[in-house]
Design a binder for this molecule. Structure first.
Ligand code: GLU
Length: 318
């Protein structure tokens, strides 16, 4: 009887401590709901929230404007972590481009995720095969706050163009642009995104459309001059209307945080992802080829967060 009592007592203590495990809400910045960042954030939160009873962490990953909006929100302390293109991570840490005058010294890298490519899709009737054919056309350059719009602006500047070289430069969000292409409101749309994804699938199945090649000496120089850019190919046959490979270039999607976020929080988030890595990889086809040894270095320019380093050392990866 007293034995039973002891067990009950111990059980009650365990319950009480689980219920009082200090709760902490963490917010992960993503992107538009039709993109891959949204899936990255939702997937990480799903894994983190399986352990809430143990860790106290409750994770949410709302839709946002994209990379630049996420990094700004992390710098302001409004979000804890977020997904950002490798070029945006670099620019924020170094205080250049969109972050001129607002260098984010406390930016910390956590890991990189999938590769993303500058993806231009044009209506077939607009006769746009290469980037240079976009001159004088109606082009969706992307919403402010997105990494997509920032990378488009980099390409335009490198070519000596501006939005004035388009007859229309619209700033629609990713979720709006497939319909705009189908309704003939624009000739082409742009998105820096991982493949395959539902957004480009929707755009290419709504109307007869083709991928646009982004190559040539200006792109070669951009890739040669900047460590966070790499050439890539959208595989032929992945989307309707583009049976052949499309040459372009792109970045890595990366996961970033701030030095102000406690080590144990970052540690638990990283642990949730890599302790359940096969499950994570299964949550989106763009994650299928991810390898931890590449994720802890490729595309990262800010220093790694100490909470992440702790986990990587435990796994013997560093
Ligand atoms: N690369 C895009 C951006 O930073 C987001 C892509 C996505 O949501 O998958 O705006």
């Amino acid at each position: 009887m007293s034995f039973l009592k002891t067990i009950t007592f111990a059980g009650a203590i365990a319950l009480a401590s689980a219920a009082t495990a200090e709760e902490r809400f963490i917010t992960i910045g993503t992107g538009g709901q039709t993109g891959v960042y949204f899936v990255v954030g939702q997937s990480i939160c799903r894994l983190v929230n399986r352990d809430t009873a143990k860790t106290g962490l409750k994770c949410t990953a709302p839709s946002t404007g994209g990379s630049i909006a996420n990094v700004n929100a992390i710098a302001a302390g409004d979000m804890d972590m977020g997904v950002a293109q490798s070029d945006v991570q670099y620019n924020a840490y170094n205080g250049v481009a969109d972050f001129e005058g607002k260098k984010f010294d406390k930016e910390r890298a956590v890991f990189s995720v999938h590769g993303e490519l500058l993806t231009l899709v044009a209506r077939k009737d607009a006769n746009i095969a290469t980037f240079d054919d976009l001159k004088g056309k109606r082009v969706n350059v992307g919403n402010p706050g997105s990494g997509s719009a920032a990378t488009m602006a980099v390409v335009l500047a490198a070519k000596g163009w501006s939005n004035a070289d388009f007859s229309l430069a619209s700033e629609l969000k990713p979720a709006e642009q497939a319909a705009a292409l189908g309704d003939n409101k624009v000739d082409a749309i742009s998105y820096v995104v991982g493949h395959p994804n539902g957004s480009i699938q929707e755009a290419t199945s709504t109307v007869e459309a083709n991928m646009v090649t982004v190559d040539g000496p200006v792109i070669d120089k951009l890739v040669a001059d900047n460590p966070y850019y790499a050439k890539g190919v959208i595989p032929g046959g992945m989307y309707p209307g583009s049976p052949d490979d499309t040459q372009t270039f792109g970045v890595k999607a990366t996961f970033v945080t701030s030095a102000d976020v406690p080590d144990e929080v970052v540690y638990e988030v990283v642990k949730a992802v890599f302790d359940n890595f096969d499950r994570f990889k299964g949550l989106h086809p763009a994650f299928a080829n991810l390898k931890p040894e590449e994720m802890i270095k490729d595309g990262l320019s800010a220093p790694l967060h100490p909470g992440a380093i702790k986990y990587y050392k435990e796994r013997g990866w560093m």
